[in-house]
Design a binder for this molecule. Structure first.
Ligand code: BG6
Length: 495
């Protein structure tokens, strides 16, 4: 089958992917598996090389062995794939062995007899970003194949800093060596198929836009809940917490996609412009608001996790109620919650419509039944619409029913992992699914005031039971507004 127009040219984009932090979790669990899938699907350039760089020393073979723990290898393409990988023991933060990296890249260029696009993926702790970027530049690695003006690309991962100030510092370092069009800032949620479908749902259908506003929508709930705890990531997580780890990026991005205006064109510049507009319109919480519009918790047993400080006040659960100051969304609350070790594993967006209580039915229900739209990002990906229907029978009885679209049943194709899409776009040079610095800064402006209040010890950090739905304060907060949590009540596409 011919490749779709937008990816057809990939074969002719000679590239070298340099992955710093190649032995880390992100590389092993996400980046390398995605590259392998792209390789098998012949969706990588003809002239392509991966340089896996990390501090530990390895041979290509011993490194490939490590990768096998996270990659399912069934066919002989694995050997061909590993031949594309060079392992380099180097320390980017300490400027060790980067000259050797330069040599490997030049060598590849010489052998390929072509100018190669250098792609540097920083899969390292964001804490060393600044040093790493400085060393990259100091060694002239960003210059790429200067004779033909092929400009390198740099890929950075969330969280971008720990607050507005540090995100600006990273940005200053990045732009010392790279221009905007060379910088790819990943929030992997934007690569998820179901997240991309929010665009199609909103702007590809005529049905929903007319009611997508404060005249019809009562409120929106965005939930990212995980069964698992922090696993082996204590060192990173204890410094970060749920608000910075998830709310600042994944949840605010979901909020943006649900609320932004339609871009003029389906391309990076227009999309980023509309995203920036909406994210700048989120009302910043005052310290008083932060006390009444947020809740935080920590799962019982967190303090016993590896590399967590013994009296840690880090939250593993965060709830934030936000509003948007523009005519379309004025006074619609958005409840954003995220937590580890919760009862359910679900990411969803639930839009609850206003129920005006149509008079003709007032004798047929105990209380009005509002419509809902559920966009289920994972698992059991799909979209559900809750309607009211007449129950079959000789009397008039109204009951809620669900209409569902489930990816699994509607499309008989596997869903690509977010990283497959994002890495492909990086090679192609398409920035539509990546973030801009403006958007990141606006996100920190929403988060920083909350963080400051939380760091002063308020509201209280409540403990919650693993396997529950988080601290009682989170339920109290929404109930005080006369509402209730709907996920997982409205979880859809159950198998
Ligand atoms: C990452 C967070 O960005 O997203 C993790 O650092 C979290 O803490 C993960 O577990 C969740 O991603 P996904 O794709 O599994 O929902």
């Amino acid at each position: 089958m011919p490749l779709p127009r937008e990816i057809a040219g990939i074969k002719d984009l000679p590239s070298a992917f340099v992955i710093f932090g190649a032995t880390g979790d992100l590389s092993r669990k996400k980046i390398f598996p995605a590259l392998f899938v792209l390789f098998k699907a012949q969706l990588l350039p003809e002239k392509f090389k991966i340089i896996a760089a990390a501090r530990t020393s390895h041979t290509r073979e011993s490194f490939a062995q490590i990768l096998k723990e996270t990659i399912e290898v069934k066919d002989k393409s694995w050997n061909n794939f590993t031949q594309k990988i060079d392992y380099l023991s180097a320390d980017i933060a300490e400027n060790k062995n980067l000259q050797e990296l330069s040599r490997l890249l030049e060598d590849f260029e010489e052998k390929s007899n072509v100018c190669i696009k250098r792609i540097f993926h920083m899969a390292v702790s964001p804490a060393i970003y600044q040093k790493a970027l400085e060393n990259l530049g100091r060694n002239g690695l960003h210059l790429g194949c200067t004779t033909h003006g092929s400009r390198a690309r740099i890929v950075v991962e969330k969280p971008f800093g720990t607050d507005l100030k540090t995100s600006q510092e990273i940005h200053t370092k990045l732009t010392k060596y790279f221009d905007q069009d060379q910088i790819y800032r990943i929030d992997h949620y934007l690569g998820k198929e179901t997240v991309q479908n929010i665009f199609a749902f909103r702007f590809g259908n005529e049905l929903f836009e007319p009611v997508w506003n404060n005249h019809f929508i009562d409120h929106v709930q965005i939930t990212q809940a995980e069964y698992r705890g922090i696993e082996k990531r204590g060192e990173f997580y204890d410094r970060t917490g749920a608000l910075r780890d998830i709310t600042q990026n994944h949840l605010l991005q979901l909020l943006t996609l649900i609320t932004m205006e339609e871009p003029h064109k389906f391309e990076a510049k227009s999309i980023l412009k509309k995203k920036l507009e909406i994210i700048s319109s989120i009302k910043k919480l005052t310290p008083e608001d932060a006390l009444t519009s947020t809740a935080r918790g920590q799962y019982q047993g967190y303090l016993a996790e590896e590399k967590v400080t013994s009296n840690s006040q880090t939250e593993t659960y965060a709830l934030t109620k936000l509003t948007i100051e523009n005519p379309r969304w004025q006074s619609v609350p958005f409840y954003l919650r995220t937590g580890k070790k919760l009862e359910g594993n679900v990411t969803s967006i639930i839009i609850q419509f206003k129920e005006k209580g149509h008079k003709i039915f007032e004798n047929f229900w105990e209380k009005p039944l509002p419509n809902h739209i559920t966009l289920q990002i994972q698992p059991n990906e799909g979209i559900g619409i809750r309607l009211v229907a007449k129950k079959p029978g000789l009397t008039t009885q109204l009951e809620p029913v669900d209409m569902e679209f489930c990816y699994k049943t509607s499309f008989d194709v596997p869903q690509p992992d977010a990283y497959e899409r994002l890495l492909l776009d990086i090679v192609l040079g398409d920035q539509s699914l990546f973030l801009s610095q403006d958007i990141i800064e606006e996100s920190w402006k929403v988060i920083d005031p909350i963080r400051q209040v939380w760091d002063s010890g308020k509201p209280k950090l409540s403990l919650y039971k693993p396997g529950s739905w988080g601290p009682k304060e989170a339920a109290d907060l929404i109930e005080k507004d006369g509402r209730q949590w709907l996920a997982p009540l409205l979880t859809i596409c159950k198998i």
